[in-house]
Design a binder for this molecule. Structure first.
Ligand SMILES: C[S@@+](CC[C@H](N)C(=O)[O-])C[C@H]1O[C@@H](n2cnc3c(N)ncnc32)[C@H](O)[C@@H]1O
Length: 258
């Protein structure tokens, strides 16, 4: 039996007019992130040390560090030392020596856990954490100490900002920490999803965060990017999974360290 010739399918949407469904992917990633961020993500550990990062972000950070191959990783927000040991372990696995370059970590409070891990009973990767600073991440004396350490053993710098997620604070520290990054180098602003979490149990209004919907790392990122043309967003690393910084892995595309 011959199949009759069908009339031209003019009731079909031509391929070029079909909707871009990327927004569905983005919605699902956002929902999944809101779920993951509320489901005890803060109980993750890296080599036995508590680390406050989503599992997918650890893979993303590993890719970023491997590709960028920085001599120095400067992070703000030491907390229990998990991200410092994570970055240190990556440098060790990349075959780096612990006496050239390494991790510099800053926190306004020193936790007992971080002190034990990085100083008193050092973790096996603690030697890669070359400098621990206690102070406000954007204080001039903290920046001066970081610059001094890097100047004594110069090389490329990757910055990971993960301390206080207040919008004005993050904007101010982006400006100063950006100046440590050379063209090709990476600046990551953690928790740009803070805004998306502001109506969920993990981000309740507090003295520290009275209005996280308005004042947050994404607000800082928007302000920074509106004023600068020397940084570009790199989305490759976070686009396939869920991330707390899907829009804020930045590469310096021109200019240079001040
Ligand atoms: C989200 S936790 C860091 C988590 C850590 N990076 C990890 O992955 O395990 C934020 C840290 O920022 C610190 N902090 C808050 N305000 C700060 C500031 N102005 N300067 C430096 N650190 C600050 C807090 O004391 C806290 O330990």
């Amino acid at each position: 039996m011959n199949t009759p010739e069908l009339p031209a399918a003019n009731w079909r949407t031509p391929p070029e007019a079909r909707p871009d469904l990327n927004f569905v992917v983005k919605d699902m990633q956002r929902s999944y992130m809101r779920m993951a961020a509320n489901l005890r993500w803060y109980e993750h550990t890296w080599l036995g040390v508590p680390i406050w990062q989503l599992a997918d972000d650890l893979v993303a950070l590993q890719r970023i560090v491997f590709d960028a191959n920085p001599k120095w990783i400067v992070e703000t927000g030491t907390k229990f030392g998990g991200s410092a040991i994570f970055f240190a372990s990556l440098l060790a696995m990349m075959g780096r020596s612990s006496d050239s370059g390494g991790v510099i970590t800053v926190d306004i409070h020193e936790t007992r856990e971080a002190k034990a891990l990085l100083a008193d009973q050092p973790h096996r990767f603690a030697p890669y954490v070359r400098q621990r600073l206690v102070g406000d991440a954007k204080a001039p004396e903290v920046l001066a100490a970081i610059r001094q350490t890097i100047a004594a053993d110069p090389g490329s710098v990757l910055v990971f900002l993960d301390d206080w997620h207040d919008g004005d604070h993050v904007y101010a520290e982006m400006q100063v920490y950006a100046e440590l990054v050379e063209p090709g180098g990476i600046l990551i602003v953690a928790d740009t999803t803070f805004e998306d979490l502001a109506d969920t149990p993990v981000v309740v209004p507090s003295e520290k965060y009275p209005d996280a919907k308005r004042s947050n790392p994404r607000a800082a990122l928007r302000r920074f990017m509106a004023e600068r043309d020397d940084f570009a967003v790199v989305s490759d690393y976070t686009s396939s999974g869920i991330s707390n910084f899907p829009d804020s892995v930045l590469r310096r595309v021109k200019g240079g360290p001040a």
